[in-house]
Design a protein around this ligand. Structure first.
Ligand code: SAH
Length: 251
């Protein structure tokens, strides 16, 4: 099994594949101003197994196009949508968010929790803008510095892993420079990282290692996740995901 297959195996059974929570998605929905509108077309990009997709289908009168690169995650999403009676309003699309098969001006809203980093924030918001209807809403969560100065160790780690990591004010400026009007922002709480993501992930490590006979590759993946968790626990006051809600500027 290669590293991608191992990562899919570790993350497929998770409720989520990144930090966040149903309460965070609902808060973003409230800030979006979309509630009460009907017949919405919404995309959820990098949806993983669909934690946010289900909330969007419950909170909005919408058809949701769920997109992820990996069909394995979408299979779990489809089963869960069926179980929740939401399957008729969710369609799944296995493709990359930088090669989306949708026409310009397709969506009233585009969501992406903890996934736009895959194509880069500045690049991603540029690509997605054309898919939004004028006045359409972009709602994305993205790694964000909470303070202007950070401990050197934390700064070095994330700058290496994700050079685009920046403060909320810098991300908002990027949105403004690319034809969006920021209409809401909040930072995810520690419980969205620990209770909703890292702790359930840690609970799966033992079974994952045993499924793969404690192979070197499986152990390396767990070690790398543990390093990230340990770093987060020490420096949670300095870094989080920021949730950015913005509207496509009407020319
Ligand atoms: N939104 C989910 C998953 C976040 S993890 C959640 O919050 O739980 C990032 C997701 O992006 C993973 O599901 C991964 O499979 C997906 N992904 C990675 N590269 C991608 C790409 N180029 N296009 C679309 N999805 C991608």
């Amino acid at each position: 099994m290669d590293d991608i297959e191992l990562l899919l195996d570790l993350h497929r059974d998770g409720q989520r594949q990144g930090p966040g929570s149903a309460a965070d998605t609902r808060r973003a929905v409230e800030l979006s101003g979309l509630q009460g509108q009907t017949d919405l077309a919404v995309a959820d990009l990098g949806c993983g197994t669909g934690a946010s997709t289900m909330v969007l289908a419950q909170e909005l009168n919408a058809t949701i196009s769920a997109v992820d690169l990996f069909p394995d995650f979408l299979d779990v999403l489809t089963a869960s949508a069926q179980q929740k009676g939401l399957a008729d309003r969710i369609n799944s699309n296995a493709c990359s968010m930088d090669a989306l098969p949708f026409a310009d001006n397709s969506f009233h809203a585009i969501w992406s929790e903890g996934a736009i980093y895959n194509v880069g924030f500045a690049n991603g918001i540029k690509i997605l803008r054309r898919l939004l209807k004028p006045g359409g809403v972009l709602a994305v969560s993205e790694l964000t510095w909470l303070t202007n100065n950070r401990p050197q160790e934390l700064q070095a780690h994330w700058t290496q892993e994700y050079p685009e990591v920046d403060t909320a004010s810098a991300k908002m400026a990027t949105l403004e420079q690319n034809g969006y009007v920021p209409i809401g922002y909040f930072a995810l709480s520690k419980s969205s990282w620990l209770e909703h993501y890292y702790h359930p992930l840690q609970d799966r490590f033992a079974a994952f290692l045993s499924r793969h006979g404690h192979s070197d590759a499986a152990q390396a993946i767990v070690a790398s996740e543990l390093r990230e968790i340990e770093l987060y626990e020490r420096y949670a006051d300095f870094v989080s995901y920021g949730y950015y809600i913005a509207q496509k500027q009407v020319s």
